[in-house]
Write a protein that binds this ligand. Structure first.
Ligand SMILES: O=P(O)(O)OC[C@@H](O)[C@@H](O)c1c[nH]c2ccccc12
Length: 265
């Protein structure tokens, strides 16, 4: 069995067996150059990523901070199209750990909701994160995803109610715990409430919980990995890719390997 055959749940079962949290790096498709995605995904695989999040660039990414906004703008200026990302993903997914898309609702509507979910499934995508789709309004998308074998991944924020958290037990992939009230971005410190938020989520549901937002260093990853089932790193990686120029794949590989090292038991 190759890693591409693993389900999201299978990944978490394996990492749990290894006594560590799963590492989930994020990159924006079409950034820094239109066709960089295959090389970057290959670097993240080499570095020991367990799941990879690919961001679909969008012009108005309301949950994103400056690093990811800039990456999305650059990707759109490069002429990145959803259809091309899907085609690239299809090529990549067979030799990669499971891939999850991060997209806002607008590009999905534009493509057609059903058509998009089907195309994503055919490209080998295992999960979808849609930050501006409220869980309460996601029934149709949820069912279309289930029908295509894709997990819709719900978000939990520090402000989420216990009732909201309890309603997520039907999710089939993992729960995305947002570490803070704010936008994505590189940060100095991890919010002091993260540990108790993970504990609160686990009181209500059995799903694996991955934490993202602001995890920027191996030290942060180690701390989050001690309480959560997965660690998601976006802006810090994208900033390194930005700064590295032609050396982006090597720089990405080295950084993600250092995060992975920090998660080893
Ligand atoms: O960039 P950060 O702070 O490391 O956070 C993860 C994040 O990049 C990724 O999961 C993500 C990118 N855009 C988002 C929008 C909403 C929720 C999550 C995301």
């Amino acid at each position: 069995m190759t890693s591409s055959d693993l389900t999201l749940r299978g990944v978490f079962a394996r990492t749990k067996g290894e006594g560590r949290a799963a590492l989930i790096p994020y990159v924006t498709a079409g950034h820094p150059h239109l066709n960089d995605l295959p090389q970057l995904i290959s670097a993240l695989n080499d570095a020991g990523a367990d799941i990879i999040e690919i961001g679909i660039p969008f012009s108005d990414p309301l949950a994103d901070g400056p690093v990811l906004q800039h990456a999305a703008t650059q990707a759109l200026n490069n002429g990145t199209k959803l259809r091309d990302i899907l085609a690239q993903t299809k090529e990549i997914s067979q030799s990669s750990v499971p891939i999850v898309y991060l997209t806002y609702m607008n590009p999905v509507y534009h493509f057609g909701v059903r058509a998009f979910i089907r195309a994503a499934a055919q490209s080998g995508v295992k999960g979808l994160i849609i930050p501006d789709l409220p869980w309460l309004e996601s029934q149709e998308v949820f069912h279309d995803c289930e029908a295509e074998g894709i997990s819709l991944i719900p978000l939990v924020a520090p402000t989420s109610t216990d009732a909201h958290i309890a309603s997520l037990e039907i999710a089939t992939g993992f729960i995305y715990g947002v570490s803070l009230t704010g936008v994505t971005g590189v940060r100095q410190d991890i919010d002091s409430g993260v540990e108790s938020m993970v504990a609160r989520i686990k009181r209500f549901i059995t799903q694996p919980v991955a934490i993202g937002f602001g995890i920027s260093t191996p030290e942060h990853a180690r701390r989050i990995g001690a309480v959560a089932d997965g660690v998601i790193v976006g802006s810090a990686l994208v900033r390194i890719i930005d700064d590295a120029g032609d050396e982006a794949p090597q720089a990405a590989r080295a950084f993600v390997a250092s995060l992975r090292e920090a998660l080893n038991p």
